[in-house]
Design a protein around this ligand. Structure first.
Ligand code: 5GP
Ligand code: ZN
Length: 117
């Protein structure tokens, strides 16, 4: 079941009303290339149903979270970063510069990444 939140850019990407370069999907999660990549591989993995951020995840969301990680694993293999390494990031709130209020996991790799912070 897909919920579309009014004005949510990532819900519009799920519904197809805003275009994106899709990298993969399964029943519950969608992956597409970040519009402003910070590394050779920079893909966003999102739940197809709207969840605001990591603080909104509840135990009953365990299936969709597992499906996001399943998709991340398959993309990491396909993008050839599963052996060299990659980073999975979920930003929450202003101090993390979270700019889109639909849960997303950044999959970043393809180069040696600096320390976080
Ligand atoms: P945040 O800062 O919220 O963790 O990350 C949001 C990400 O979404 C940013 O890296 C930004 O470049 C990306 N983004 C924002 N709008 C769009 C869009 O319309 N299409 C795509 N593909 N990425 C977007
Ligand atoms: Zn949304």
């Amino acid at each position: 079941m897909t919920s579309v939140e009014d004005g949510c850019i990532f819900c519009h990407i799920v519904s197809g009303s805003i275009p994106a370069t899709i990298s993969g999907e399964n029943e519950m999660a969608l992956a597409f290339r970040d519009i402003n990549p910070i590394a050779p591989v920079h893909i966003l993995i999102i739940p197809k149903s709207h969840l605001e951020n990591a603080m909104a995840i509840r135990p009953e969301d365990c299936a969709v979270i597992a499906k996001m990680f399943e998709l991340a694993q398959s993309i990491a293999k396909r993008e050839s970063v599963s052996e060299t390494g990659f980073r999975l990031v979920m930003n929450v709130g202003d101090d993390a510069a979270n700019s889109v209020g639909h849960l997303h996991m950044h999959l970043i790799g393809g180069k040696r990444l600096g320390l976080m912070g």
